[in-house]
Design a protein around this ligand. Structure first.
Ligand SMILES: [Zn+2]
Ligand SMILES: [Zn+2]
Length: 491
């Protein structure tokens, strides 16, 4: 599921189509590798109106015949305006300790949820473990100006088959573009509330719970609406019509749709594409969708795209034990400490962790007790959030010493770029810590409720997996994960 954007390629001028959210892609016409210039703000897109205003009277007549509105005699004025919507997508992790009697896992079915999303839905249900984490990929749209054309609440599925254009305020100077009245902070709150609703979560049922929205992206879509101001028996009525298919949306009393909503937006918004090249040698870097890390095949340098700058990274990997079929998956490697904010207790070493983890003395025997706690999290916005979490839980639960070392070069075909930025991976630490500890007794639940996870160091490393059919085999711990499960998410 994806929105597609059509933006002019700066190298050849063709309309280079690409999925929304990607940072880099190849122009299908001239093969230039392009990057969307990140100016720190969220991106805005527009779906240009397809219905000419002259078609509105016919749609009004049709709505009257269908009984959707009545008593209208004449269309007096027709305007096309653009209503803004927030669109957000990411991975949801709901962690909960199932301590109370009669409580059960959240229901994961939702009639409004397209099957493509449900496919990724599953709960971790290790039989020995009552601490659960439910994970899913999720997306949602909602009005960014709910006061305007109120009945149009969401874009639904239909917008996803349309091609979006970058919103350029200069190009749309003459258009009636409504202001955004729900700012990003408010949008995040709305999204989280909708996520709880979507996952059918009643947090009161659990003695501990946390909901995390990770790897999330927010952007604005302007959607066209035709407003036909009509005269009728009881005064004026404004009929709202879908600017793409001319379908009836709603009839609202009055005629002052513009006055009621205040000024139309004229803030500057630009979208630009630039060449994506290795800062060291100038060769094109490989485009990689949501990737933020790029490997130059020509000079073997590794780059992290960070707020519009390329930062050189060391190539740290574990030595692969097989010559062929190795694939390098990126992980954030954290050295960390857990703290109980209520009691002040700290857990910094494997020995201390063993006391916390369910069966820790057994699982962590043989690991030097004085080792610092190290967590490895897949640096991917994976298509299957559950698979990524399971893998992280197993690797973190093992606390095995892993000698990551600088490498000369990656065998190119086997390199996978990272797509999960550090601050997003940090949010994930808490979920993984909960999942690793896996206990639900009262004392531990109290600990979860006042737990802070603090990372002392963080670095990107590449972990070799052996490719076997549809599976990836962890060469160090022997954990299997499906290739599809941790493939990059195309949404
Ligand atoms: Zn081009
Ligand atoms: Zn280079």
């Amino acid at each position: 599921m994806a929105f597609y954007i059509s933006a002019r390629c700066p190298e050849c001028g063709a309309p280079a189509r690409h999925p929304e959210g990607v940072l880099t892609f190849r122009c299908p016409f001239c093969a230039s590798v392009l990057r969307i210039k990140d100016e720190g703000a969220f991106l805005k897109y527009i779906i240009p109106a397809r219905v000419p205003p002259a078609d509105a009277p016919l749609a009004v007549k049709r709505a009257m015949r269908a009984g959707q509105v009545d008593g209208l005699s004449a269309v007096r004025k027709i305007i096309t305006f653009y209503k803004p919507f927030w669109y957000c997508k990411g991975m949801l992790f709901f962690a909960y300790a199932d301590e109370r009697m009669g409580a059960s896992a959240p229901l994961m079915t939702d009639e409004n949820d397209p099957p493509a999303q449900r496919e990724f839905t599953a709960a971790i249900r290790d039989t020995e473990r009552i601490a659960n984490v439910t994970a899913k990929s999720w997306s949602h749209t909602f009005a960014a100006n709910p006061g305007l054309a109120g009945p149009l609440l969401t874009l639904g599925i239909q917008a996803e088959v349309l091609t979006l254009e970058p919103y350029d305020s200069e190009q749309y100077q003459e258009a009636l573009v409504a202001p955004i009245t729900v700012d990003k902070a408010a949008a995040e709150e709305t999204a989280l509330a909708a996520a709880m609703n979507n996952m059918n979560i009643d947090r009161k049922r659990y003695s501990y719970s946390s909901l995390n929205f990770i790897g999330e992206k927010y952007f604005i879509i302007y959607y066209p609406v035709t407003a036909a101001v009509c005269e009728g028996d009881g005064g004026h009525t404004t009929v709202l019509l879908d600017g793409i298919n001319n379908n009836f949306i709603a009839a609202i009393p009055g005629k002052e749709i513009i006055v009621e909503t205040g000024a139309w937006e004229h803030s500057t918004s630009r979208f630009s594409l630039i060449a994506h090249r290795c800062p060291n040698c100038g060769h094109d870097l490989d485009p990689g969708g949501f990737n933020i890390v790029f490997y130059c095949r020509f000079c073997f340098s590794l780059w992290l795209l960070d707020g519009g700058d390329y930062r050189r990274l060391p190539k740290k990997t574990l030595k692969s034990t097989v010559a062929q079929g190795t694939i390098y998956i990126p992980f954030w490697r954290f050295t960390l400490e857990l703290e109980n904010a209520a009691s002040g207790e700290r857990y910094r070493t494997v020995g201390e962790l063993a006391k916390l983890v369910k069966g820790g003395d057994l699982y962590l025997r043989g690991i030097p007790r004085e080792n610092l706690i190290v967590f490895h999290l897949p640096a991917l916005t994976a298509s299957n959030a559950t698979a990524a979490l399971k893998l992280a839980t197993r690797i973190c639960g093992a606390q095995k010493e892993m000698p990551f070392d600088d490498m000369e070069e990656f065998p190119h075909a086997a390199f996978q770029g990272a797509s999960l930025p550090l601050h997003e991976a940090r949010q994930m630490l808490r979920v993984v810590a909960f999942s690793v500890i896996g206990r639900t007794d009262r004392k531990t639940v109290n600990f979860y409720n006042s737990m802070t996870v603090r990372d002392i160091s963080a670095e990107l490393v590449w972990y070799p997996f052996e490719e076997k059919g549809t599976m990836l085999i962890d060469q160090f711990l022997g954990f299997n994960v499906s290739k599809r499960g941790i493939a990059a998410n195309d949404y």
